[in-house]
Design a protein around this ligand. Structure first.
Ligand SMILES: C[S@@+](CC[C@H](N)C(=O)[O-])C[C@H]1O[C@@H](n2cnc3c(N)ncnc32)[C@H](O)[C@@H]1O
Length: 535
């Protein structure tokens, strides 16, 4: 069937009207396009949903290049989906879903047709409202169990700002509460749009959900540890680890996907976690001996402003090494990993627990958890991979703690994976431990010990997440490890320094910060000025 010309085109062809009447205003044009674009996205989403086949998340459809007015289209799609059951009920009640309706082209005529039926639709809505005993459409929507909105969680990047200062800044615009379980996690009202907030754009806070923030806390790395984040992009948990380690230690952030590595590197840099160096007067345990010229100038300047007893040196406090590669290919017996004490394992999964984030709950058949044959095969394949990475993590000799996490609600990716490695885990001396013992929702009773596991619930917590914590006690630490552990805190209160693997000059070029040691009483502001001038 030939498509009719859009209203705008029809209008512009109408010769008998005056030009100022013919031309729609900018607001009209943009509303018209947003309605058309929203209709297109809704059609793909609802058709995909009807066939139980994901055509992409609503966000990915709206943010595709073909959509011009993304913000308005997204708002229209969400608002329509949120009210979809009400819209359907009203249409049925008003009997507008007749044979006549089915013959109507969706390009423009549908809108005109509905405007003609406006009175009938209004009275149908009034009848439904009085039947359900509610006052307005919002109350009708609120009867839906998924309508309750998820609060906006933000995690403070304590490498850049302390939590109290972040709260003070955010309170200028929003109500802010501290989460009672995850330190430095703040709760803001649902719908708080922080994407362009300066604290977000400068990496002082990260938009990260509560469940996802629980994984790094469950791992509990100490400042100065060496940790592997096995499947790390875009780096939310890597950077959370860096904060929890108070900017001291080493994190090897491994990521297979090249595109995602770029995002990871960007986020590591944004968070100020590339490497954190400390300027000190006494030689640190490992120091950078070949200091590049630019840094030498800086150090001389530091000497000039704040006289030191000896020439200052630099030690690395935190080093986040982004490794583009397959975690399964890291050799656990390579001496480079002999000091790794903790592994965070957050492998690719079905993502079924993020249905709320993907706005799936707005879809009519809300099929998170529904699986057909293809889905089952896909889940089995994912579970096979998840088991492999978990087995691999268990084989690192000095590792004491492993967190396995997924944003899936499926037992096959969660309890079943954990249960399948329990034999191997205990042969390596690992046991399951209870993370967040105060949390009420634990693992499904799939095997003895599943009460140690942690789950968050898609309906109650608006996010389905899973955490298993493996702990090994009495690990035989390598000799040099013991020695370094003693070095962890030196007389000046600094932690052990780490030697970068990359050529020194590249490493220094990546340096983001130089912290003066408090003993030298060098004003931080002055140092930061020097850094921005010199590096
Ligand atoms: C669930 S995401 C990780 C999210 C991340 N932990 C965060 O909090 O930002 C899983 C990541 O693992 C990566 N990945 C998949 N297989 C991998 C492998 N064999 N080695 C390393 N990374 C892998 C994927 O590309 C994906 O970026």
């Amino acid at each position: 069937m030939a498509r009719r010309k859009p209203i705008i085109a029809q209008r512009s062809l109408a010769k008998e009207r005056k030009p100022e009447e013919m031309r729609p205003s900018n607001a009209e044009r943009s509303a018209y396009f947003a309605r058309r674009e929203a209709a297109k996205v809704l059609r793909s989403t609802l058709q995909g949903d009807a066939r139980r086949r994901a055509v992409g998340s609503i966000k990915s459809l709206v943010y595709s290049p073909s959509i011009r007015n993304k913000k308005a289209t997204f708002a229209l799609v969400c608002q329509t989906l949120k009210r979809l059951s009400v819209i359907k009920d009203v249409m049925e009640e008003a009997n507008v879903l007749s044979a006549k309706w089915k013959g109507v082209s969706l390009y423009g005529d549908a809108e005109k047709y509905l405007m003609l039926k406006k009175d009938a639709l209004h009275s149908a809505l009034s009848r439904i409202l009085s039947r359900k005993g509610v006052k307005n459409v919002e109350d009708l929507v609120a009867l839906d169990k998924f309508s309750e909105q998820k609060p906006r969680y933000v995690r403070v990047n304590t490498l850049k700002i302390d939590t109290e200062n972040a709260i003070r800044e955010l309170r200028q615009e929003y109500e802010v509460q501290k989460d009672d379980m995850v330190p430095d996690l703040l709760i803001l009202p649902p719908g708080a749009d922080l994407h362009k907030h300066p604290l977000v754009t400068n990496g002082s806070i990260f938009l990260q959900g509560k469940a996802s923030s629980m994984a790094a806390v469950a791992l509990g790395p100490k400042p100065g540890w060496e940790v592997i984040d096995a499947c790390s992009a875009p780096g939310n948990k890597t950077l959370h680890l860096a904060s929890l380690m108070k900017g001291k230690g080493k994190i090897i952030a491994c990521e297979l996907n090249e595109e995602r590595v770029k995002r990871l590197k960007y986020n590591v840099k944004l968070a100020g976690a590339t490497s954190i160096l400390c300027v000190s007067s006494c030689p640190p345990p490992i120091c950078i001996r070949k200091i590049p010229d630019k840094l030498k100038i800086l150090l001389d300047e530091i000497m000039r402003i704040s006289p030191m007893r000896s020439k200052p040196s630099i030690c690395v406090l935190l080093y986040v090494e982004v490794k583009h590669g397959d975690f399964l290919k890291l050799d656990p017996n390579d001496p480079s990993y002999s000091k790794v004490r903790a592994i965070l394992l957050d492998p690719s999964c079905s993502g079924s627990g993020t249905a709320f984030e993907r706005l799936d709950h707005l879809l009519p058949s809300h099929s998170a958890g529904h699986s057909d044959h293809a889905d089952v095969r896909r889940l089995q394949k994912l579970a096979g991979f998840q088991k492999k990475v978990l087995e691999h993590a268990l084989s690192f000799p000095a590792v004491e703690r492993i967190v396995y996490s997924t944003c899936s609600i499926h037992q096959i990716e969660n309890e079943d994976v954990v249960s399948s490695v329990m034999h191997l885990a205990s042969s390596h001396g690992f046991q399951l431990a209870t993370s967040f013992p105060q949390w009420p929702r634990r693992g499904l009773p799939a095997f003895d010990g599943s009460e140690h596991l942690l789950r968050t619930d898609l309906t109650t917590d608006k996010e389905g997440f899973f955490i298993a914590l493996f702990v090994r006690k009495g690990v035989q630490k390598p000799k040099d490890y013991e020695r370094n552990a003693e070095d962890h805190t030196d007389i000046a209160g600094r932690t052990k320094a780490y030697k970068p693997r990359k050529p020194l000059n590249i490493f220094i070029a990546k340096m983001l910060k130089v912290f003066p040691h408090p003993h030298f009483k060098l004003p931080r502001k002055k140092t930061m000025e020097l850094i921005s001038q010199d590096i």
